[in-house]
Design a binder for this molecule. Structure first.
Ligand code: SF4
Length: 352
């Protein structure tokens, strides 16, 4: 189900997740159902940037990752179709990834194929825009893309290069493409700056003003400010202490008054609603047999295939040490259909 197709610095394997592989169970790739009408679609983990705040430790300079994944079109498309059968119509597919979706080689086909699914109402992409261009915007528009969620965290070219750990990054190009997208296409723009306290306080104001000035938010809200969080597996900005949620929301409400605009949204305003989840037979605490298929995203993790009462899914195993590739594993987390487990026993010659 995984085919090694290359490597980064000969240390990080790049896998193709081939047609026929399950669409669910992994955090890094496939489709994720979090119990609403929005499905997350993750076709790739690759990212060209090295953001100092990256919550998923992505990019060429990543130290925590030892594998990257590029899913075949079918893995994503079949997953969205399957979700539609159980969740009904009016779905939004958000291509959000733990990398940058614009690196996905078949992105245009993916948008087109997903948009043609009867139960899908809209398709959006979440990106930092490093690879965005007017030509790409045109192709995405033709393919049926409805919205781009663009993370721009400063309007300073120099600061952007430092924040994104990429001396080649051109903020001017990203801004030009974003403004073109708003003016010349029917794709909507939703701007999602990350607020890193003490690092881009003033920049956040500038980004909000820019987003409103150019006409972001034709159909969806124009701007959502994201809170910086120091994630366990992510990169931490040196010397920065994340704001508490209380302080963050108080600051957002002060900013709303200062800028005379709304910056926080409820699910209804965002077009989101709760929906029943895709039924899964596996739960935390269950014991399942799994076949190891390759490495997981972070050092030491492996991915196993579970075939449990006909339900095929991936599980990320935290303590597999090599040896037999069939194991008995205990599910230790099952949140949103993403399975994390620990090897309970190795299975030798089909005997537990
Ligand atoms: S924050 Fe996004 S764009 Fe930046 S390195 Fe991480 S995945 Fe890439």
């Amino acid at each position: 189900l995984f085919k090694a197709i290359g490597s980064f610095n000969s240390r990080r394997i790049i896998y193709r997740v081939v047609k026929g592989a399950p669409s669910f169970g992994a955090l890094a790739f496939g489709v994720i159902d979090r119990g609403t009408n929005v499905l997350q679609a993750r076709p790739t983990t690759i990212c060209p940037l090295n953001c100092v705040f990256c919550s998923v430790d992505a990019g060429p300079m990543s130290e925590g990752r030892w594998a990257e994944f590029i899913a075949s079109l079918e893995v994503i498309v079949d997953g969205v179709k399957y979700a539609g059968v159980h969740k009904g119509g009016g779905l939004e597919v958000l291509i959000d990834t733990v990398g940058d979706p614009l690196t996905y080689p078949q992105l245009i086909e993916l948008v087109k194929m997903v948009k043609e699914i009867r139960t899908v109402r809209s398709v959006a992409i979440e990106t930092h825009g490093a690879l965005l261009s007017k030509q790409l915007v045109n192709k995405l528009w033709e393919a049926g893309l409805d919205r781009v969620n663009l993370s721009i965290d400063t309007l300073s070219e120099e600061k952007a290069r430092k924040l994104y750990g990429a001396p080649w990054f051109s903020l001017r190009k990203v801004i030009e493409a974003a403004e073109y997208l708003v003016k010349e296409t029917s794709i909507d723009l939703h701007v999602t700056p990350l607020w890193i306290p003490g690092v881009n306080d003033e920049d956040i104001r500038e980004v909000v003003k820019w987003a409103l000035r150019i006409g972001a938010g034709k159909k969806w809200p124009p701007v959502t400010i994201q809170k910086y969080i120091a994630h366990k597996y992510g990169r931490k900005v040196p010397g920065v202490k994340p704001m508490s949620w209380g302080k963050f929301w108080r600051s957002i409400s002060e900013l709303e008054k200062e800028l005379g605009t709304k910056l926080s949204w409820n699910m209804g305003e965002w077009g989101m609603e709760y929906r029943k989840r895709i039924p899964t037979p596996l739960m935390k605490g269950d014991l399942v047999t799994a076949e190891i298929v390759g490495r997981g995203l972070f050092h030491g993790e492996y991915i196993g295939l579970i075939d449990y009462k006909g339900w095929r899914a991936f599980i990320t195993l935290l303590n597999y040490k090599g040896g037999p590739t069939r194991v008995l594993a205990r599910v230790i987390r099952d949140e949103d259909g993403i399975y994390i487990g620990k090897v309970f026993k190795y299975i030798k010659n089909d005997h537990i």
